[in-house]
Ligand binder design. Sequence first.
Ligand SMILES: [Zn+2]
Ligand SMILES: [Zn+2]
Length: 362
Amino acid sequence: MTGSIELPLMRRAVVHADRIEVVTDAPVPSPRTDEVLVRSVVVGVCGSDTHAAHGRHPFIPIPYHPGHEVVGVVEQVGPGVTAVEVGQRITVEPDLPCWTCKMCTTGRQNLCENLQFFGCGWEQGGMADLFTVPADRLHVLPDDLDDITAALVEPLSTPVHAVRLAGEAFGSGLDGVRGRTAVVLGAGTIGLLVLAVLKAHGVGTVVVTDVQAAKRDKAISLGADAVVDAVAADVADQVRAALGQSADLVVDCVAIEPTVRLSIGLASKGGTVVVVGVPAADVTIPLAIVQDHQIRIQGSATYLPEDYEESIRLLQTGAVRASDIVTATLPLEHVSEAFDLSASGEHIKVLVSIGAPSVPTA
Ligand SMILES: [Zn+2]
Ligand SMILES: [Zn+2]
């Protein structure tokens, strides 16, 4: 002891180009005006995290502080905060909009022209004992939603948003998919959750493709009417045969050239292709078919608060169950292993526990 003031320190995960470490001497941040200090409880590992860790994400520079699928407890509120109270359980809506650009002032802050993203290149992420975030980025969790299930609110909100946009092609938001024929390309976390949202909103026949048999089996167990091996030479014919027709809507959760081309080929005339996977590279598409078949190609980027509310509702009603989606939960000290599991292709959603998360009762 030299008489210097000892600052409170905490653990925090840091993703480097070649490794993921947990430092134990990160300074505890203190909440500024309109900010909240949150104690992390459990955080999901996202496909964007593992892509970033391998330097393959287009918009996340490394090193970075990961963790945007966060469940935590409000530890302290900064000046001016009235929307949440100390002790409340929350999840974070991690986009950090500027609130002043054209998109932000027209209710489309997910498309903010100056968008920052908590846990994705931002100075802080949720894979730390504590973090600060603007209070308006928090959603208070209902008591009947356990922490493990609540960790799915963020990842589920991306599919909810995508299905909402798909449904709007038919004029009526989420329920616009009712009775429609649909194809989901890719049965990873996003694809399986897209399937669950489609089913919850009354989709007609839905076919799922994936390269892995285990993921195809999972899609069947979550309600797909048929599954097709994505590497089959006649995948388009098999999907069409299973649908009995071409698809009103195709959701591409892979977003590589073969899946984008397949999406356009499977879509019916006047159909919609939603691109929700994060493309690693540009692709060439059959533009003549897009024009002649009047196909709508719809990008889908993150979510809006109403998507969060819908996700919470779907999780509360059991339309999506953590037991179907969460395949591993590791403590923060094992975050590197959690990333490896997440990238292995053997898992659906891998979580990192920082505190002691409550678990589903049923
Ligand atoms: Zn994510
Ligand atoms: Zn903005």
